[in-house]
Design a protein around this ligand. Sequence first.
Ligand code: AMP
Ligand code: MG
Length: 300
Amino acid sequence: MLNVERLCVKKDGEFEVLHECTSAKNAGVNKQERALYEQRTQQNLQKLAMMQEKLYADGKEGVVVILQAMDAAGKDGAVKHVIGALNPQGVDVVSFKQPTKEELAHDYLWRAVRALPTRGKIAIFNRSYYEDVLVVQVHHLEKTYRMAERCIDDDFFEKRYRQIVDFERYLYENSYRVVKIFLNVSKERQKERFLERIDDPAKNWKFSQADLKERAHFESYQKVYRDVIDATAKRDTPWYVVPADQKWLARYCISEILVNTMNEINPEFPELSDEEKAGLAQCRTLLTADSQEEKEKNKK
Ligand code: AMP
Ligand code: MG
């Protein structure tokens, strides 16, 4: 089976061939094995559910899963799929849309900081502050920002890369894991999925004419994604470039990546102190005495 570590970019400048795969075929995965992959995904999701409970009880580390992708790469479906397996009490899903006026009047990390989960929880960022170096860079939206002139220079995005790396290191050093996943869909498959959205009335709502405008910039996005991933993939806060032309493969990869992350965290149910254990034993005695009393009462 495909080892997701082969999809992992850990250091800047390391962008291997496998990191540019969009399909099962390019990743060397046999489509005949689909059922096997789906089975493994289900097992992973069950494991995740168990580990999530420990993560929550342990409360030591928080997890931020960042999902980035071009339109129709399957982000929303993947969120639904993974979330379905987890206890909703321990998960936040945050969608990063076009910034509001209030958000634009703040620094770009402001809304991300506000969306951070407490330790013990998992936050899934459906898009993220990476939009501030992706869509903003492709369309040069920074030119429309109300900011001091000294800030908007040729190094604008280089500075943002550095800030993001620093921010993620800050999170790592403060007991958070940041897992970054790029769902890599081909231009051809995007076209097929757009056509499906146009032709199927139940999917019409998923399509907007703006999506087509963005598609015209597909190649620019590819280049910018590559730069961004190169600049921000680090050992402790790596990027995974996941082939997304087949949803079953993408979901398998996401489930593997999350299980691996949880294994690294290795959460445990908290061990009680002797005092707490004694307290529990006392409660047990009281409860049993209680039920003894009930029995006596019922007899009468
Ligand atoms: P969707 O995820 O399809 O609902 O679309 C959300 C849209 O908001 C996408 O087109 C994003 O590129 C856009 N978006 C998200 N964050 C930003 C940002 N910081 N600046 C500009 N556009 C953004
Ligand atoms: Mg969209």
